[in-house]
Design a protein around this ligand. Structure first.
Ligand SMILES: O=C(O)c1cccc(C(=O)CC[C@H]2O[C@@H](n3cnc4c(=O)[nH]cnc43)[C@H](O)[C@@H]2O)c1
Length: 250
């Protein structure tokens, strides 16, 4: 695919497509509602992908960091082999919000995407995998991208934690806060998406619409419909900002 388009006297770079990875189809569909035009459905090994004419590919990769990483990596590899590489990967979905900073229905954009439970438990507390001599526990989206995304959507910015076990007690929420003072939200996919993006050298963004507080388990307090509506509204504002960032601002 020719990425250069002539415009007037000079050359401008056409924006590379954006991959949006959600966990489940209702999240993918909430994002799709914000994007104009028809969708083409493509089959991939890890599931199906909805492609918009405007350059957004939407993937429901599954719940949890492993499926998120596998699905995202598969889509990135397929796109690269097809000669249509992505310029940006977005992890999008609902999540738990730390109160009072991130109430139900609000949006959070990650300035750090951190694996909160990747490491070892010791008698002296939790050791992140980096202190064991391995890998990484945090990916940082580009500052300019975080700024553009939060200005467009009104989202708060802070750390979004990725957990394999949803927090369900006040004690666990307090422990996470103590270890990650900048945490605003938790989800189960962001770090997996970010690992796959990093492996391909592609920038990543994470946006979460808060469906429930992080803390004691209370299923009656979930507001999934409100969070999905916030995701749609937020993505409607985010999409043009991403296109602009992708073209000019990075
Ligand atoms: O059964 C529970 O107590 C419970 C509480 C919150 C979420 C779940 C899920 O199974 C949803 C997992 C799904 O949604 C995202 N999500 C939403 N809220 C949270 C949360 O508080 N902590 C972590 N992840 C959350 C997550 O990214 C998954 O895709 C069950």
């Amino acid at each position: 695919m020719d990425l250069q388009a002539e415009e007037g006297e000079g050359l401008t770079t056409a924006p590379l497509p954006v991959l949006v990875a959600t966990a489940v189809p209702v999240e993918r569909d909430a994002v799709a509602q914000a994007l104009p035009g028809a969708f083409e459905e493509l089959r991939l090994p890890g599931g199906s992908l909805l492609r918009t004419a405007a350059g957004f590919d939407l993937l429901a990769a599954g719940v949890g960091p492993a499926l998120a990483a596998a699905g995202t990596a598969g889509a990135l590899t397929a796109a690269a082999l097809a000669g249509r590489p992505y310029g940006l990967v977005v992890s999008a979905g609902i999540g738990g919000g730390f109160l009072p900073q991130a109430p139900v229905g609000s949006l959070v954009v990650a300035d750090a995407i951190t694996a909160a439970d990747l490491g070892a438990e010791t008698a002296d507390g939790f050791l992140p995998v980096t202190e064991l001599g391995f890998g990484t526990v945090t990916h940082r989206p580009p500052d300019s991208l975080v700024r553009v995304a939060s200005e467009a959507t009104g989202a708060r910015t802070g750390t979004v934690l990725t957990v394999s076990t949803v927090t369900g007690t006040a004690a666990r929420a307090a422990a996470l806060r103590a270890r990650h003072p900048g945490a605003l939200a938790e989800g189960m996919e962001g770090f997996g998406v970010a690992e796959a993006a990093a492996a391909h050298g592609v920038p990543v963004l994470e946006i979460r619409a808060v469906s429930n507080p992080v803390g004691p388990r209370d299923r009656a307090a979930w507001r999934i419909g409100d969070a999905l509506a916030a995701l749609t509204e937020g993505f409607g504002k985010l999409a043009p900002a991403l296109e602009s960032w992708n073209t000019h601002d990075q």
